[in-house]
Design a protein around this ligand. Structure first.
Ligand SMILES: Nc1ncnc2c1ncn2[C@@H]1O[C@H](COP(=O)(O)OP(=O)(O)OP(=O)(O)O)[C@@H](O)[C@H]1O
Length: 316
């Protein structure tokens, strides 16, 4: 997708955030476009929360520039159009969903019939109308998450930050919340989604970044990130000495011998595939099958984090 014509909901340029000697965010730059669901991924301690807090104007950059909806992060106009749903929103347990959402409506200046109408609309949207008068202590985690989303929508935000909105939910609640996030995007809102639920991210996000050790290691559409999988080639009747097998191993990511058949895994690029096929023919083998394997976002995440760990060990 060419994004050049789209307005930017978030612009991060060379953001650095240090906590004393800890560099939590180390020179990251990225744009999020209006109307997209952007997946912000990374292992624990990668710098996600620090970045989100900076975007919300709760903490300040050590250096770099952060703009939200065209204005500096933390600008009062921006705060009115942005919402944040933390991983475990905290509510007073004796209050009902209607009271909590109404309370947040009051904070945004809603009163009387307009407030009631908005609260009814949101409770209906998140599927809590029936239980809206019960105290929250009777609510499951999934129901509390729905209250959190209703509360986050009270100000009709253009941009929503969701931190792990589906973690710890049963499959039904999980899917409901995921569908709701897509619905919010379809209403024209921008969603900045921080999540470890990679299957959700793969399904709903337009673009994704993977952060590790304070740096962005991958950035692109889900399709771009998972493109270029592996190919598995099975060959039999190969006649090869150790030197020839060593040559094959240098060309591939994995070779195993199962019942006198060679199972060879290599990158799906034409060059790698053809090199292996040429090797099999040169060693009198017959190719039985060539199968492309698709990678998942989880594979990419794993590779990215392991690469970062390896480079940290060698100090690069
Ligand atoms: N207030 C703070 N003071 C000192 N160090 C901090 C502070 N907040 C975060 N850090 C450190 O900054 C780094 C990034 O932390 P951050 O919370 O942003 O990561 P994260 O990606 O959100 O992790 P998680 O997925 O566990 O929430 C970590 O090394 C963390 O220990």
């Amino acid at each position: 997708m060419a994004n050049d014509g789209y307005a930017k909901a978030i612009e991060i340029k060379n953001l650095v955030k240090k906590y004393k000697s800890v560099v939590a965010v180390n020179d990251i730059s990225l744009d999020v476009y209006e109307g997209e669901i952007f997946g912000f991924l990374g292992p624990n301690g990668a710098g996600k929360t620090t970045t989100i807090k900076t975007l919300l104007g709760l903490i300040f950059p050590s250096s770099g520039d952060v703009r939200v909806l065209g204005k500096p992060a933390g600008d009062i106009d921006v705060k009115l159009k942005v919402s944040y749903l933390p991983e475990s929103p905290y509510f007073y347990e004796h209050m009902s969903a209607r009271e909590v959402v109404g309370f947040y409506g009051s904070l945004f200046g809603l009163t009387g019939a307009a407030k009631n109408k908005r609260v009814d609309y949101l409770l209906d949207l998140v599927g809590l109308q029936k239980d809206s008068s019960k105290p929250l202590r009777a609510f499951s985690k999934g129901m509390l998450q729905r209250v959190g989303i209703a509360q986050a929508l009270i100000n009709d935000p253009k941009l929503l930050f969701f931190d792990e909105p589906t973690s710890g939910l049963d499959p039904v609640a999980h899917r409901d919340i995921r569908d709701l996030i897509v619905r919010l995007k379809n209403e024209g809102r921008t969603i900045f989604l921080s999540s470890h639920q990679l299957s959700d991210v793969e399904l709903v996000c337009d673009r994704v970044s993977i952060l590790n050790r304070g740096k962005i290691r991958r950035l692109g559409s889900v399709g771009e990130l998972i493109a270029g999988g592996n190919v598995e080639i099975i060959a039999e009747n190969v006649v090869a000495d150790d030197a020839q097998l060593a040559k094959l191993k240098a060309l591939t990511s994995n070779v195993s011998d199962v019942n006198h058949k060679l199972i060879i895994t290599t990158s799906a690029s034409n060059v790698s595939k053809n090199n292996v096929l040429d090797w099999v023919r040169a060693n009198k083998g017959d190719v039985i099958s060539v199968t492309e394997t698709r990678r998942s976002l989880e594979d990419i995440f794993y590779e990215t984090v392991r690469e970062g760990d390896a480079s940290a060990i060698v100090g690069s």
